[in-house]
Design a protein around this ligand. Structure first.
Ligand SMILES: CNc1nc2c(CCNCC3CCCC3)c3nc(N)[nH]c(=O)c3cc2[nH]1
Length: 373
């Protein structure tokens, strides 16, 4: 265990990077996929299973946890690691993105954002300082700055306003965070789909000498080509020796293409949310187990997988569970999907070390294209 936060690059293949983040709570192998644990739980999974499929870090959700059960309550109970029995690193988002997408009657100003809880309508205020305070109360190991994510498409003046506000909030978060050796506060690059704004945001955040950098304002409905273009423009402006986190991404294809452009960390609700809706990720693409064609199929999802959910249950049984809305359906498919995503990241890390990333990425994509699932 390291006393401080450090990022080491182990291998580089083109722009793809294999690295490791060392922190007191443990190490994070990159490129990393971080399962989303919104209310202090990775839905339908035991934390032992989450660890068992190979996750080194999970996400907590400042917005949800501050509303229920409350950040001060979690702190009194020993912090999120104790509360949720996850002893490894936790990254928390700052809450701004969730406020704008979930809460009611929200008002944004220089000071921060005021809003009413989507749960009981109670009024709240989230300033950069309060967001960092809440993430501290949760004992989060990697804390995100409070930012404003611009929905796309947006007018250039709107993109510039939100990007500049986010930079001022980054400074305030850096001041509020202070110096916490074993923890990190990441800045978030904004700038919408504007190359000029992205470069300005990245350069200003680089000057703040932060421990890590997220790319925000993407995966908000823009075409994949636009997202990838923003990566091509932004990554070269960021310091090579700090981790880069692409927020909210994504599908396996998004991940392969983003690793190829220099991204180290990902988070996405897809594998767990899709699992709860009967969708299974496999080496040969996605399977919708609600579909009647699986009703008599005795084959498992993937006989070669080392995950019991993929290897020991027939598609007919999974189809039955999903159709009957049995909890075990969501549990087994979430397990399968997270296992698939972690296996994908393991493949990616090994391929970069072997300087064979491009070829391996092509093989993985062919597997999906082949279908016959
Ligand atoms: C899905 N697409 C997407 N997600 C974005 C997210 C959220 C990432 N996921 C966080 C977890 C989800 C629940 C608990 C934490 C973004 N977050 C911030 N702060 N800023 C963005 O520009 C930002 C942009 C994002 N785009």
């Amino acid at each position: 265990m390291a006393e401080t936060f450090s990022f080491k690059l182990i291998a580089i293949d083109g722009k793809a990077r294999r690295g490791v983040i060392s922190m007191p709570r443990g190490e994070i192998r990159t490129p990393a996929f971080m399962p989303v644990g919104t209310g202090g739980t990775v839905k339908a999974m035991y934390m032992d299973q989450v660890r068992g499929v190979g996750a080194d870090i999970i996400l907590g959700n400042t917005y949800h946890l501050m509303l229920r059960p409350g950040a001060e309550r979690v702190a009194k109970l020993g912090g999120l690691h104790e509360f949720a029995r996850w002893p490894h690193p936790i990254l928390t988002d700052s809450g701004g993105f969730q406020v704008m997408s979930l809460s009611k009657l929200r008002k944004l100003s220089e000071k921060g954002v005021t809003f009413h809880s989507h749960i009981d309508g109670a009024p709240y205020e989230m300033s950069p300082e309060r967001s960092i305070e809440i993430q501290g109360l949760l004992d989060s190991n990697i804390q995100m700055q409070l930012d404003e994510c611009t929905a796309l498409p947006a007018k250039p003046t709107e993109i510039e306003r939100a990007m500049e506000l986010s930079l001022r909030w980054a400074e305030r978060c850096k001041t509020a965070f202070g110096d916490q050796p074993g923890k990190a506060m990441f800045g978030i690059v904004q700038g919408g789909d504007s190359a000029v704004m992205r470069v300005r945001s990245a350069q200003a955040l680089k000057a703040m000498d932060l421990k890590g950098y997220a790319l925000g304002g993407l995966a908000v409905g823009e075409p994949q080509s636009v997202m990838l273009e923003m990566l091509d423009i932004t990554c070269p402006e960021l310091p090579a020796d700090r981790p880069r986190y692409l927020m909210g991404v994504g599908t396996p294809d998004d991940i392969l293409k983003s690793v190829a452009r220099g991204i180290d960390m990902f988070d996405c609700v897809m594998p767990t949310r899709a699992g709860r809706h009967g969708l299974a990720y496999t080496r040969r693409g996605k399977i919708n187990l609600r579909n009647a064609r699986h009703a008599d199929d005795p084959r498992p999802l993937d006989e070669e997988s080392d995950c019991p959910a993929a290897r020991d249950y027939s598609r007919a049984y999974l189809h039955h569970l999903v159709r009957s809305q049995e909890s075990l359906g969501a549990m087994l498919l979430s397990w399968n999907n997270l296992s698939y995503y972690q296996k994908l990241m393991q493949d990616i890390r090994a391929a970069i070390e072997a300087k064979a990333f491009e070829a391996r990425a092509a093989e993985i994509s062919e597997g999906w294209a082949r279908g016959d699932i």
